[in-house]
Each structure stands twice: as C-alpha cells, then as structure tokens.
Design a protein around this ligand. Structure first.
Ligand SMILES: Cc1ncc(COP(=O)(O)O)c(C=O)c1O
Length: 375
C-alpha cells in the first residue's frame, strides 16, 4: 500500500501554501499554440537590453579569456560585484548581500526571521513571493488593507502583532504600481518596532525619476532593522541570469550571510551585473523608453472599455468590465501574453508590462476589439 506523503506534517502544511504561478514563457505558448510571433508582456522584463557591453563580458567568460573556466566555483559571496554595488550605493561592502534574484533574498530574510516562528505583515495585492517565503519558512501571514489604487499605511502599522518579525513593502508595489511618498515611507520606517525587519522591495525603483523617488536607503544608517532590495532582473535586463542584492546594516547582512547558501549567485551573473550596475546611461535610456510607453498607454486606455491604474514601475494594471481571465485567454490565442491578476485578488485586472512600441501596438490591436466587444 502506498501512503501519501501528505501524512508528513511539514508536507501537509506545504500543500496549503499557494504555488507561485510565473508568466507563461514564449517557448511554451509557441509550442502549445503553434504561433510564429509571440509578444510577451507578462513578467515585467526590460525589452531594451541587456547591453552589448554586458553580452561581451559574459562571452569573454564563456570563451575562457577572463576567468579560469566554467568548471570552477564562482566567488562565493560575489566580492567584486558587491564592491561595485557598494561604490554605486555609497555603503560599506559588508552592508551588501547578493541573491539568486532578489526573490532569494526575500526567502533568506524569511528563513532568518522565522526560525522560531512568528508573523509577517504584508499589504493585500503584494508580490506573491512575500507570502510564499513567509509561509515556507514557517511564518504566518497577516494581510493589511490595500486596494488596487491605494495602500493603507495606517492599517499596515495597526496590523503588526506581538509576534511580528517582518513587514514587506513593495515600493513601487507589484502588481498595483503604487509607490509611497516620502512622508509615508518615513512613517513606516520610523514607527515600526526595532525588533521587526522592514523589507522595502525596490525592484522597480530605477524606473522612477531619481529626483522624485523617495529611496528607503536613506534610512539605512538610522535603522539597523531595514533591508532594501534591488534586482538586476528589471531595468538592468538580466532576468535570465538570476541576480539581485540587498542593502542593510552590517548586523542584519551578517545574519543573512548565515542563511545564504554558498555560491548562491553564479559567475556569469556576477560579471554581467558588475557591468550593468555601472551603466547609468542604459538605465536612463530604459527609464525614458518606459515613460514614453506609459504615456502612450494611458492615452490609449480611454478609447476602450477599460480603466488603468498604477503609475509606477514598468507595468500597468488594466481593469476590465468582464472577468480578466477571459481577456488573458483570448489574447493568448492571438499571441499576446499578459498576466491575469485573479491570484492577487484582482479578478477584473490584467497586468501589462511596457514593451517596445511595436509590441504595444500588437497589444492594442488584439486587446482593443476584445475590450470593446466585452471579450
Ligand atoms: C516586486 C518584486 N520584487 C522582486 C521580484 C523578484 O525579482 P528577481 O527574483 O528576478 O530578482 C519581482 C519580480 O517580478 C517583483 O515584482
């Protein structure tokens, strides 16, 4: 007789944690539908990169001209990349940690914080990994109030419980595109108990106007319990290589180093990110292209039976008059991949990543008639 593995108490608990559903990959849609051209606007990637300089550096490593070979382990803690990040961000080297994508740092901090259980406060409609990382590390999720257009900071602070160890805040938030202003960020940073780690996830920060964006990193010296996350997957266009970083106090980063698996970031990712983090002009170019795409998108929305919300990041939420899953499926048949948001508590929204002008044109050609015709 075979016995289900769900009799293991840990596995039984795991079976109740939602699975992360990624955006559909292009190859999969091509295989399933046999379409020649696919436009993927589903995973908030940057269509403009990576740069030739990044590709040349990766190619040099593969060719063996600058590294002893792919048969060797990478630098375990990514010393050289951390050095570059530390220079760019104006912090000491021991205040930078690397992850296999910033998702891995979200998992690392949860693993460290929930070693003895506890809870995390997470605003409604936040990036799915916050909840998944919390629960798989043995923590409990407390969801604070938010809508598709507003994050309730009062409720976030009120929701903190005696056993709260972590608070996650997307800034800008995915999928809502909400970004807190300086006063609100400051209030969260300064009001939270010092025994709670505040994770401010700035995966999309580089898409914001640097003159206006309230970067939470300015509080790093003041708050040893603050962790600010960035990724190379978005504006730096290195999603395939899986690399991200966290900035925190020396003490907090020291704890994360204890849960980080050795060699967690690979050599190709480290060198590519070294080039990318210094390339301010590619960042500015991508930001400009994204702003243009957003402006054009927002102008197109009123011509159709839908509404948009969210003003930050490289994506936008589109609200439909009918179940948004229907729009997702119909668009898929036409070779356009967007992200349905029912799993985020938003059954009438799809999230659309800003692509190149021709990709956005393909989106509207396919989506316009569907939206107007009620799908
Ligand atoms: C808000 C947010 N944080 C973090 C990530 C994770 O990025 P990565 O693990 O690729 O660094 C994403 C990816 O979509 C995101 O939207």
């Amino acid at each position: 007789m075979t016995v289900s593995l769900s009799v293991l108490p840990g596995f039984e608990k795991l079976s109740r944690i939602p699975l992360y559903v990624p955006g559909k990959p292009i190859q999969e849609v091509q295989r399933e539908l046999g379409l020649a051209r696919i436009v993927k606007l589903a995973s908030n990637e940057n269509p403009w990169g990576p740069t030739e300089a990044v590709k040349a550096r990766v190619a040099a490593v593969i060719a063996g001209s600058e590294f002893e070979g792919l048969g060797l382990y990478p630098v375990s803690n990514g010393h050289y990349l951390r050095q570059r990040i530390a220079e760019r961000k104006g912090v000491a080297l021991d205040r930078v940690v690397l992850g296999n994508g910033s998702s891995e740092i979200l998992e690392m901090v949860a693993k460290a914080a929930f070693l003895d259980g506890g809870s995390a406060v997470i605003p409604k409609h936040s990036f799915a990994i916050y909840g998944i990382a919390t629960q798989t590390a043995g923590g409990r999720v407390i969801e604070s109030r938010a809508s598709a257009t507003e994050l309730d900071v009062d409720d976030l602070l009120r929701s903190v419980a005696d056993d709260t160890r972590l608070v996650y805040l997307g800034h800008p938030n995915n999928p809502t595109g909400i970004r807190l202003d300086r006063a609100a960020i400051e209030r969260v940073v300064r009001s939270l108990r010092q025994d709670i780690v505040l994770v401010v996830d700035q995966a999309y920060a580089e898409y914001e106007d640097p003159a206006e964006y309230p970067d939470a990193a300015v509080y790093l010296d003041e708050r040893p319990n603050l962790l600010v996350l960035h990724t190379f997957s978005k504006i730096h266009a290195l999603a395939a290589l899986r690399i991200g970083y966290g900035l925190g106090s020396k003490e907090l980063i020291g704890y994360l180093e204890r849960v980080r698996s050795p060699f967690n970031t690979n050599h190709l990712a480290q060198v590519a990110a070294e080039v990318a983090v210094q390339d301010l002009s590619f960042e500015a170019f991508s930001r400009m292209k994204n702003t243009e795409a957003r402006k054009a998108f927002v102008l197109e929305v009123p011509k159709h039976r839908c509404k948009s919300s969210g003003t930050s990041g490289n994506f936008i939420l589109l609200e439909t008059a009918f179940p948004a899953m229907d729009l997702f499926k119909e668009l898929l048949q036409r070779g356009v991949i967007v992200r349905p948001m029912h799993g985020y508590g938003l059954p009438h929204h799809v999230r659309v990543t800003f692509g190149k002008p021709e990709e956005m044109q393909a989106f509207w050609s396919a989506a316009g008639p569907l939206l107007d015709g009620g799908c």
